[in-house]
Design a protein around this ligand. Structure first.
Ligand code: PMP
Length: 360
């Protein structure tokens, strides 16, 4: 037993990512509100494009996701040679950590930031440093205070998962301005399409101005979670480093085709954003009471805080009993009195409001 292959030091201490639950009670139809998926399905054009894979499964996809990079460059006005696509944005987060973090290095994230950041950092041999938040909003001062000589990456999900809160454009600029130029600022804009506030910036402006900023995006929240496609926009030197180590065919053909079509289907993206804003506002207003607090969200989910963890657990079970699966944010994020609820189909939103309002 002692003479078997051993993972690198620290690997077996990493707590694995726990995905949102997907099953209701046996025999019950589940409505999944636990993974921030699209309530309106995928763009019909993306579904049609996905079928373009046809029956030639023996052929490798084009390796650099050229059709997708071209669509993204055109629609968003970007330099396509500085876009790198990934098998979901998780793939890109791993690649960034692998490229920029070595043994004993550090990455800084905000206290309630996305739970994949510690995994990719520790997998690369680094240490994650959490910058304290107050009231579930990231603090630029706190992040800057957490940066040390060993810091190589600062991860910021904006808006953030699981809280739904965001930092305005001027705060993000202040964060970048406060970092040493050799620290990479990773702006994870996974929920950017859902933002409705006017003081937000997705991050392209900073990428264009600075040499140490990358913006990471995903198609998972826009109806293509099953296709696993993410993308990144950064300086040429970062794209070059990532392209040297990424899987040579890291985005499957169906994913490339579907994501390219989804990118061009801007009407569908707008429709999804409008739907989300309407029901995010509605659900937030329905649930805001003394017994529950809804943290203001700019994403496609809301985080609801209960007076005590036991109330959150009871609410989770009451929703589950109706087939409504939401996300407990105690184990992964340490917010034991919180539930994260994705904005879903109208009937599901009304059902969630009924269950929770009847509990108090
Ligand atoms: N970043 C954030 C902030 C997320 O919430 C998620 C999805 N949970 C991801 C990245 C990863 O998305 P994917 O790998 O599906 O592209």
């Amino acid at each position: 037993m002692t003479n078997r292959p051993k993972p690198q030091p620290g690997i077996l201490e990493i707590a694995p990512y726990v995905p949102g639950r997907s099953q209701a009670a046996a025999g019950q139809k589940a409505i999944k509100l636990s993974s921030n998926e699209s309530p309106l399905g995928a763009s019909p054009q993306a579904i049609a494009a996905y079928k373009g894979v046809g029956d030639h499964l023996e052929i490798y996809p084009e390796g650099s996701s050229a059709v997708l990079r071209e669509a993204l460059a055109e629609v968003h006005g970007l330099d396509g040679s500085r876009i790198v696509c990934g098998n979901g944005s998780d793939d890109l987060l791993h690649l960034l950590a692998q490229c920029y973090i070595g043994d004993g290095d550090e990455a800084v994230m905000s206290q309630y930031g996305f739970s994949v950041y510690p995994i990719v950092t520790e997998a690369a041999g680094g240490r994650i440093v959490m910058a304290p938040e107050s009231d579930f909003v990231a603090s630029v001062d706190s992040i800057l205070a957490a940066v040390s000589e060993r810091t190589r990456i600062v991860f910021l999900a904006n808006p953030n998962n699981p809280t739904g809160t965001y930092l305005g454009a001027s705060e993000v600029r202040r964060l970048q301005a406060g970092l040493r130029p050799d620290v990479l600022l990773v702006l994870d804009s996974a929920y950017a399409e859902y933002v409705t506030t006017s003081d937000y910036s997705v991050g392209v402006d900073l990428v264009e101005r600075a040499d140490n900023v990358v913006m990471v995006r995903t198609f998972s929240k826009m109806g293509l979670a099953a296709a696993r496609v993410g993308w990144l926009y950064g300086p040429a030197h970062v794209a070059d480093a990532l392209n040297r180590i990424r899987g040579p065919f890291n985005v499957n053909l169906g994913g490339q085709l579907a994501a390219a079509a989804a990118t061009r289907d801007v009407d569908f993206t707008r429709k999804l954003a409008r739907y989300n804003a309407q029901w995010r506002d509605w659900l937030s207003a329905q649930l805001g009471s003394n017994q529950m607090r809804v943290v203001p969200s700019q994403a496609n989910f809301i985080m609801v805080l209960f007076a005590e963890p036991a109330h959150a657990d009871a609410a989770f079970e009451a929703l589950l009993a109706k087939g409504l699966i939401v996300r407990q944010v105690g184990s992964s994020y340490g917010i034991a009195n919180g539930l994260r609820i994705s904005i879903g189909p109208e009937a599901a939103m009304r059902a969630v409001a009924d269950v929770l309002k009847n509990m108090v």
